[in-house]
Design a binder for this molecule. Structure first.
Ligand code: UD1
Ligand code: CA
Length: 458
């Protein structure tokens, strides 16, 4: 792509979203709307990107990242005004600039390159990216003269009935000669239905002066669609999700039902993994080869090795080793490092724990703030009491230890390597390696008691 500076307009509140969150930050498959636009610009080769922010500026800056420059538009007086604010951050003269709206997340690097290449090759003063829609709805209309050259862009609400019929719409993405953009932005007036300074008016002024205004028509109608309300958000999210799913399937992942599988943009899955319906894979998930994930599983920012099975479970900010089986109905909370060939069964909750290889944690347990050695066997109903009402304490269970069912391990406490804990124990003191810890009262058996009761003797 020819050398270009980028301006991305993202200062608007997004009133039509009816949200406390600025529109720029609403996620699409785990990535904020405007970040999609920034990434497209970066991939296309835009050298220096200025993002115009305003509404919720600090939050937006934080949410979009520090690899771009920001210009703050204190009052949102329109897209033309926003561009002017961006230009105060740009000292260069000469050359070209790409202007993109920050609410068009499907924008691709390819189309940006095509726009930039065409703009430079044709020697145009301005080039607008357009597409043809069956009904251009609320988008600005591209008004052309008899000979087909672009004469103006008219907002839907400023259109005459005749102009409203035009199906070629303004994507909001432009290339301009930088110096001319600067000059013409100084000349636009807020004489329209919204009383705003419209960037689009630059086009009409240039055309009137006999400057060369060109258009690049995108055949792909989706890539120029903007998000104005939550119906748009859901629609575009569906398109992005489908693309992610197709990437995964082409990489060798079986997705039983793409319409009920929800991977975020950066999810990685190895070949021959099968993903069952109702599976949500949020940002930062990495899944190995030959796994079976789902149905009904949610994973967030977690890494899973090869040959892992996860059924009807929740895994957050954790890692899972090769060959491990999880679920159904396990809740793996942040900070777990689970080893290889582990069995974590139904109704097990784990948090901030290191669980060694080949551990069996098969049913109904809570393991929190714990270290569990390789080959330990933890019986059903085992609870680590990690919290004493003030602080969190650690439980250490040595390799090959055996914890009998329904045991309560009151932390801080350590069960040594190879030690046993008798079922039903409340363990408050360390159990040394190879010892047996019993923490329950002895059973008493009263012979004949039940019979005497039946016979009314007691
Ligand atoms: C705009 C275009 C319209 C085009 C559509 C494409 C204008 C006047 N209209 O309309 O022709 O079809 O985009 O999606 O340009 N913004 C600011 N500061 C402001 C106002 C807006 O930064 O003062 C930003 C918004 O945050 C948004 C973008 O500019 O990201 C577009 O603004 P929006 O209000 O959504 O314009 P549209 O009505 O969609
Ligand atoms: Ca818009």
């Amino acid at each position: 792509m020819p050398d270009m500076i980028g301006i991305i307009l993202a200062a608007g509140k997004g009133t039509r979203m009816k949200s406390k969150l600025p529109k720029a930050l609403h996620p699409i498959c785990g990535k904020p709307i405007t970040r999609w636009v920034i990434d497209a610009c970066n991939t296309a080769g835009v050298t220096d990107c200025v993002v115009v922010i305003g509404h919720g500026a600090d939050q937006v800056r934080e949410g979009l990242g520090s690899d771009v420059r920001y210009a703050v538009q204190e009052e949102q007086l329109g897209t033309g005004h926003a561009c002017k604010v961006a230009l105060t951050e740009i000292t260069a003269t000469g050359g070209n600039v790409i202007v993109a709206t920050g609410d068009t997340p499907l924008l691709s690097a390819e189309i940006l390159k095509r726009l930039a290449d065409d703009h430079v090759a044709s020697g145009a003063d301005a080039t607008v990216l357009t597409t043809i829609l069956p009904d251009a709805g609320h988008y600005g209309r591209i008004i052309r003269t008899e000979d087909g050259s672009v004469q103006a862009i008219v907002e839907a609400r400023d259109c005459t009935p005749e102009q409203r019929e035009v199906r070629e719409m303004n994507s909001g993405i432009f290339c301009f000669k930088l110096d001319l953009l600067r000059e013409y932005l100084g000349r636009i007036k807020p004489a329209n239905a919204q009383g705003e300074y419209y960037l689009t008016d630059v086009v009409a002024l240039m055309a009137r002066d006999g400057r060369k205004v060109a258009a690049v028509i995108s055949d792909d109608t989706d890539i120029v669609l903007g998000i104005n309300h939550r119906i748009d958000l859901a629609y575009l999210t569906g398109i992005v999700r489908q693309r992610i799913l197709e990437r995964l399937m082409l990489d060798g992942v079986t997705i039983i039902d793409p319409s009920s599988t929800y991977p975020d943009f950066d999810v990685q899955v190895g070949p021959d993994t099968v993903i069952y319906p109702m599976t949500v894979l949020e940002k930062g998930c990495r899944i190995g080869e030959g796994c079976v994930i789902g149905p009904s599983t949610r994973m967030v920012n977690s890494g899973v090795g090869d040959g892992v099975t996860v059924l009807s479970s929740n895994i957050v900010d954790s890692t899972v080793g090769n060959g491990t089986q999880i679920g159904p109905f396990a809740n793996i909370r942040p900070g777990c490092r689970i080893g290889k060939n582990v069995k974590i069964g139904d109704f097990v909750e784990a948090k901030n724990s290191e669980i060694g290889d080949s551990v069996s944690l098969a049913h109904l347990s809570y393991v929190g703030d714990s270290t569990v050695g390789d080959h330990a066997n933890i019986g059903a109903g085992t609870i680590t009491c990690n919290y004493d009402g003030r602080t969190k304490n650690r439980t250490v269970i040595g390799p090959n230890a055996f914890i009998g069912s329904n045991s309560t391990l009151v932390a801080p406490v350590e069960i040594g390597e190879g030690a046993y804990v008798a079922a039903g124990s409340v363990i408050t003191e360390d159990v040394p390696p190879d010892a047996l810890g019993i923490g329950r009262s002895r059973q008493t058996v009263k012979p004949g008691w039940a019979k005497r009761r039946r016979e009314g003797a007691q």
